[in-house]
Design a protein around this ligand. Structure first.
Ligand SMILES: Cc1ncc(COP(=O)(O)O)c(C=O)c1O
Length: 303
């Protein structure tokens, strides 16, 4: 049998796989609970905290390092989702991000508005939108599931998504049955009527490459704990929409993208873990011959 990669070496990168229970190796069957965390991710989180965390916008090393880490992870997530770095925002998880985004996007909905959700979606990409619609007196319409094929029934999509539609929320892949939805077709119809498309990529992200633009998503959200990382939610929001969005935030918080969605202090160590090894601009600029800014004593040496 042809071996495509060294399974033992890959398993060794996941410390939780060497756990014993009652003297026996464990097997993790709780898929919805997420994937196990890869060693580089764990090390990045540990290293961040061992080096001393800080808040943003300081002029001292722990603060500038924190900013660099967040910037690096933002770049990595942008590449992962097919978006631009300043379109990427972090949050507690997909559900919490979606709640915040739904509150912002629904500000201009009214009794004439409609939203479209699907029967195949996780509640996290349904309930926040339903709550927002109810508050605004907007009507919620549903794309049903064909119970035979476990696919979305798109036969009357033109009647469902109309000039009244403000938002269409659809999952890229179903966590319940694995169906990969034809998001591009749904988004094309949404675009014709000027509706925003919010894509839940939580289940898809560990399995299939994601190209936000090819999908036609305006908002696309995933969760790093599903792809070998920590509990951090990641969203990418199309620039024009993101800039126009009036998010609920405290007054002193920045009004620019993407910071305006990141209310309060972020989970810096978690965000470090989403990316894994930290490379840093200083390192790539060659200012640290040891090649180790973060794990070593670079700042005390004046690097
Ligand atoms: C398809 C899908 N969407 C959304 C969620 C919710 O994600 P989070 O736990 O990050 O809020 C899950 C979680 O299992 C999921 O499987």
């Amino acid at each position: 049998m042809q071996q495509t990669f060294d399974v033992r070496a890959v398993r060794a990168e996941f410390p939780a796989l060497s756990r014993l229970h009652a003297g026996r190796p464990v097997v993790y069957f709780d898929g919805p609970g997420g994937s196990q965390v890869a060693r580089p991710s764990i090390e990045a989180m540990t290293r961040y905290m061992e080096r001393g965390g800080a808040n943003l916008h300081g002029v001292f090393p722990t603060s500038t390092e924190t900013e660099e880490i967040l910037a690096e992870t933002r770049h990595a997530c942008a590449a992962f989702l097919g978006a631009e770095p300043d379109e990427v925002a972090f949050g507690a998880n997909m559900t919490t991000l979606t709640l915040a985004i739904s509150r912002a996007l629904s500000r201009n909905w009214d009794g004439n508005s409609e939203i479209v959700v699907t029967e195949l979606d996780h509640r996290a990409n349904v309930d926040p939108w339903l709550i927002a619609a109810e508050e605004k007196g907007a009507r919620a319409r549903w794309i049903p599931v064909n119970p035979e094929t476990l696919t979305l029934d798109l036969s009357d999509i033109e009647e469902k998504i109309t000039s009244k539609t403000k938002l269409v929320a659809v999952g890229l892949a179903s966590n319940a049955v694995g169906t990969v939805n034809d998001v591009a077709a749904i988004a094309e119809r949404a675009r014709e009527v000027g509706a925003v498309v919010a894509v839940d990529a939580v289940h898809a992200a560990p399995h299939i490459p994601i190209d936000r633009d090819a999908l036609g998503a305006d908002v696309i959200t995933c969760s790093a704990y599903k792809f070998f990382g920590p509990h951090v939610g990641v969203t990418a929001i199309r620039r024009e929409l993101f800039e126009a969005m009036e998010v609920h935030k405290l007054d002193p918080a920045p009004s620019h993208i993407p910071d305006k969605l990141e209310t309060g202090t972020q989970n810096h160590e978690g965000i470090a873990g989403v990316k894994g090894p930290w490379t840093s601009s200083r390192r790539s600029a060659g200012r640290n011959p040891a090649g180790e800014v973060f794990g070593g004593d670079a700042d005390s040496r004046g690097a």
